[in-house]
Design a protein around this ligand. Structure first.
Ligand code: IMP
Ligand code: MG
Length: 369
């Protein structure tokens, strides 16, 4: 992923794919033109890299020239095409091939046709490396197309976003979701996960998704997914991962403009971690870190017994139950610790100390992500 000005872009078309698209166009055009010496007209600025690679591959003599037009503002095509440099040579009777980096709305192409209307060229052909069929609104024939692409904004290989990105050797696509910080938060019972999640939520403007809460919410409100989950629970069966993922997806969608999410209580298994990765990937995003609060067992037991005295929670009152819960936690998280460690995304944070000390440790980890 890269950042240009204020926006994030993800890899889309590799150097190799571009190279074979250019080669394909060279072959087609060279076959059609036979022994004519064509004039290739690049449309600046975007086409400089394409034209350069194209003519280097072109197997026969040719001429190269440029005209300079400008239409784009930021990430939007405009109707108003500016002619910055026009034709500087007589092309009467010549075979002309326009080399465009990309054809989007077709406004620029219309201007090109306007420029050539009175030039008396023998033949005018249009070649574009990239073409967005869904965006194209004109009727001019495109004689040669390198790659058809979806109607999304791209940069690289000559194409820019507000001046940046032209130098990149491969193509990147604008991310539909901008940068998010997504955390998977772990901690044994009594580690202070809930307390810390509250602080993180406020400081980083994240949405806290506690799987337990999401389940309770869906079941209580009798949503379709809630009813589905309940049907499994009533039979004493585990709710399938896909149902849980669908619920989480709904939560993520509800908060599409969030700076990120804190996942709490999910994933619990490798399969779930993979499903969560897929979900985030579908949102052009990712899990950035698994953060686990690490607290010594004896400290946890003491904290929970203390809490049990006032909370009234039965599972906080019995030391054996407490120890079992802690053991269970480590059994389950060990797998996930491995999963996220393999991606360099596991961060253990010392969970012993005052609340604000622990918050500071967590902040230090997140600020470095
Ligand atoms: P059109 O006039 O809308 O067909 O757009 C053609 C020109 O707009 C191209 O020559 C580019 O300079 C620019 N353009 C169109 N789509 C993109 C894009 O996805 N990224 C960067 N520039 C683009
Ligand atoms: Mg252009």
């Amino acid at each position: 992923m890269i950042k240009l000005n204020d926006l994030y872009f993800k890899p889309f078309i590799s150097e190799k794919e571009i190279d074979s698209a250019v080669s394909k166009m060279v072959t087609e055009i060279a076959n059609d033109l036979q022994d004519e010496v064509p004039v290739f007209v690049g449309i600046l600025n975007g086409s400089f890299m394409f034209v350069s690679d194209f003519v280097k591959k072109y197997p026969k003599p040719c001429e190269v020239t440029f005209i300079k037009l400008a239409s784009y503002e930021g990430i939007k095509s405009t109707e108003d095409i500016q002619r910055l440099i026009g034709l500087t040579q007589d092309l009467t009777g010549r075979k002309v091939v326009i080399l465009e980096d990309i054809i989007d709305s077709g406004n620029t192409l219309e201007e090109v046709h306007r420029i050539f209307k009175n030039e008396n060229v023998d033949e005018l052909k249009i070649a574009t490396l990239f073409y967005k069929p869904e965006a194209y609104k004109k009727d001019y024939k495109l004689h040669y197309v390198g790659l058809e692409i979806p109607n999304k904004f791209i940069v690289g290989y000559g194409l820019d976003y507000n001046g940046l990105g032209r130098d990149l050797p491969e193509i990147y696509q604008l991310k539909t979701t901008q940068h998010m910080t997504n955390l998977v938060l772990f901690g044994p019972p009594g580690a202070g996960k809930g307390t810390q999640a509250e602080f993180l939520k406020d400081k980083y403007n994240l949405v806290h998704i506690s799987t337990g809460d999401v389940f309770r919410f869906n079941i209580k409100n009798e949503t379709a997914l809630g009813m589905l989950a309940k049907s499994y629970m009533d039979k004493g069966e585990l709710v399938p991962d896909q149902v849980t993922i669908d619920m989480l997806n709904a939560e993520v969608e509800k908060n599409a403009d969030a700076n990120g999410f804190i996942f709490d209580g999910f994933p619990r298994t490798n399969a779930q971690a993979q499903a969560l990765d897929q979900l985030m990937d579908g949102k052009d995003s990712q899990i950035n870190a698994m953060i686990a609060l690490e607290v010594d067992d004896e400290v946890l037991v003491k904290r929970l017994l203390e809490r049990g005295k006032t909370s009234g929670r039965k599972d906080d009152a019995d030391e054996t139950i407490i120890r079992n819960r802690i053991t269970e936690y480590y059994k389950k998280t060990a797998i996930l610790k491995d999963y996220y460690t393999a991606q360099n995304k596991y961060f253990g944070v010392d969970g012993v100390g005052s609340i604000s000390e622990i918050t500071e440790r967590l902040n230090a980890v997140i600020d470095k992500l």
